[in-house]
Design a protein around this ligand. Structure first.
Ligand code: KPL
Length: 310
């Protein structure tokens, strides 16, 4: 199978490196030219969870015209706000049978992919893995977690099982599910409870569960978000707050993706995470003061950055 990683930041690079251990042909794609050129020249270095270093030899490019073949599978890991242009930039290369698997954070992503590829080409997934881009050509695996994928609607198809098997062969614990929309909304709660708070305070994920104040703030944000999500029709699990804390502990050394964006003075995914809860709260007339405040604070911070795309 030929796999294109569309959005080879920290997570995309991690997934691409793991898949390069299978029979699949893998190419990383990112507009971060320095990262891609370093990977081509020196390989991708992963600081593994046990502290060891692994170097992966990988194909990588920063211009769509340099993607070497037509992919069978495109794993979409660009930031949610970049989904539309990123998919558009590679669509011409793909076959009718190419599968687009989105593993992105936030809600609304698979719909944006499907607008361009058609719903039949889309698989959706969610991952609790954590990864940090340390510098060009080097990432840190910040925490192991389950990856779940399936069709946007309905029971897991044969192709979902095949893609899940490929990820497992690469060493990523992966399951298939017939309830992906719900799982995407449950992952949203995790990001609501971890990302903005870590971005605003500079802490790593583990502190969310350790610090009394961080835990209280995260709990308040998640409780609001669960209320809104349930009112929207998603029966979010009862123990969602504990689940968020468990993921914060499992990815304790990781800086959340939003934390990394802020550290690098990059635009964040706030609109697709806490911002999505604020919009929905307004629509459903459910108060969401904590998520509103977190969203406003992140936006204030962002407004001081010069926007960059990678
Ligand atoms: O999804 C993540 C993110 O950082 O965006 C978690 C699971 C919180 C890992 O850091």
């Amino acid at each position: 199978m030929k796999v294109l990683i569309l959005g080879a930041g920290a997570m995309g690079s991690l997934v691409g490196a793991r898949l390069s251990r299978t029979d699949a042909k893998v190419v990383l794609f990112s507009t971060n030219r320095r990262h891609m050129e370093t990977v081509v020249r020196d390989g991708l270095i992963i600081e593994e969870l046990d502290g060891s270093l692994t170097r992966f030899k990988l194909d990588a490019c920063y211009r769509p015209e340099d993607i070497p073949w037509r992919p069978d599978l495109v794993i979409v890991l660009v930031k949610s706000y970049a989904t539309q242009p990123a998919v558009a930039s590679v669509k011409g290369l793909c076959r009718g049978s190419t599968i687009f698997l989105t593993l992105q954070n936030g809600v609304g992503n698979w719909e944006r992919v499907a607008e361009q590829t058609g719903k039949d080409s889309v698989l959706i997934g969610s991952t609790a893995q954590g990864a940090t881009l340390v510098e060009a050509g080097r990432i840190r695996h910040g925490g192991k977690g389950l990856t779940v994928l399936g069709e946007p609607e309905g029971e897991p198809s044969r192709r979902s099982h095949e893609v899940a098997e490929l990820l497992r062969q690469g060493g990523m614990e992966t399951q298939v599910s017939g309830e992906m929309e719900l799982l995407i909304w449950e992952k949203l709660q995790v990001n609501v409870g971890i990302n903005a708070i870590t971005a605003l305070t500079g802490i790593r994920n583990g502190v969310i569960a350790q610090s009394e104040e961080a835990r209280a703030l995260s709990t308040a944000a998640v409780e609001e978000s669960v209320r809104v999500s349930r009112a929207k029709g998603f029966p979010i699990r009862e123990d969602m707050v504990e689940r968020v804390m468990a993921i914060a502990r499992a990815t304790a050394v990781n800086r959340s993706s939003m934390g990394q964006d802020v550290d690098r003075r990059k635009r964040t995914e706030i609109d697709a995470i806490n911002g999505a809860i604020v919009r929905l709260g307004e629509e459903l007339q459910i108060p969401v003061p904590v998520n509103r405040t977190l969203t406003q604070l992140v936006k204030i911070l962002e407004s001081q950055f010069k926007p960059v795309d990678s």
